[in-house]
Design a protein around this ligand. Sequence first.
Ligand SMILES: Nc1ncnc2c1ncn2[C@@H]1O[C@H](COP(=O)(O)OP(=O)(O)O)[C@@H](O)[C@H]1O
Ligand SMILES: [Mg+2]
Length: 386
Amino acid sequence: MLVTFDAMKNNPFPTNYYLGEEFFCDRETETQILVSGLLSGNSMTLTAIRRMGKTGLIHHVLEKLKSEMLPIYLDILPTNDKTAFVKELSTAIVNAVPEKSPIGKKIWDFIKTLRPVISFDPLTGNPQVSITGTQNDADKNIDALLKFLNNLDQKVVIAVDEFQQILAYPEKNTDAWLRSIIQTLTNVVFIFSGSQRHLITELFSDSRRPFYRSTQILHFGSIVKDSYKQFIIEKFEEAERSISPEVVEDALEWASVHTYYVQLICNRLFANAPKEVTEKDLNREIIKILEEQEIVFFQYRELLTKPQWNLLMAIGLEEKVGSPTSMGFINKYKLGSSASVLRSLQSLEQKEMIYSDPGENGQKQYQVYDVLLKRWLQYKFQVHEI
Ligand SMILES: Nc1ncnc2c1ncn2[C@@H]1O[C@H](COP(=O)(O)OP(=O)(O)O)[C@@H](O)[C@H]1O
Ligand SMILES: [Mg+2]
């Protein structure tokens, strides 16, 4: 969603939409790789953990490309099958161009030939296109839609966000079928983006699967800390406010430089702190955020088994754990046998409560996925040694 900025009313730190280039920090290398790849006709795959900034980066890249390509964005997380995918894609296509423009008119005329049911989104007023029909029709319709786009006078870029969702469709090999269509397109390139790293890895690197080597893969992590620091200070200064570099550093540290959490704490500081933001404001806003989440976090405890909860807590308290089955770690937190720890570890990973990233020396490092949960565990259960 693209939102226009009103300096009087808006907060320069959005937490769930893209506000435009001016409010987007860094990602220059990633943007450059994506823009030049797409312009040279390569489809690209984007992976990062949840809330690291994939959707923001996609919008940023589409914004940069819009003078040269027709940008189309769709999020397929809500789709459960191929028919829903066609609906999402066709809706995204008709929403990408104003109906009155020459291309818009062509697109509408074409969509109408697919006998769609058109409704209007009650919130945004934007049209939504459902193309009903059999499964066979769904295949033919996507095929026709993409071929139609391929024949426009303009190059097209289609970003499919949360792409791993196609693995959940009942139609098996949706990826194979999509791949076969994509291969024939010369004027349409794709950005595939997903957060479940293992699924994306499975789709794109497993040689038995059809997407193997079909796109250039870009995995990214945190924004460089100094760059984010500079950006935050600037945004406060532009609003004639001040925040000291130390406070910003502490905020970044607290958020583990994980984009969404950095945006969240800055958003709250901007909204609630006085003109000159201090350490005291930071601490107050942090506590407020953690307390808002508390009910949810206590529910997690109900939903997990005791060994899972204990392991989650231990990893949270340690921040990063290299060898969760080592005797030292197990004894420190009284976690039982290493077999039981291993089982809990797999289960927490599968629930995406923890994730592992290769550390500096290539050794896996386990961390709690949700930074707020991690900070809350530390806030609540850390035993302070005197
Ligand atoms: N480079 C950036 N600078 C500023 N804000 C960003 C940046 N990247 C992402 N964001 C913001 O952070 C929030 C979370 O990012 P998002 O793109 O939704 O993450 P993801 O898609 O990986 O889950 C959004 O509000 C987004 O606008
Ligand atoms: Mg996203």
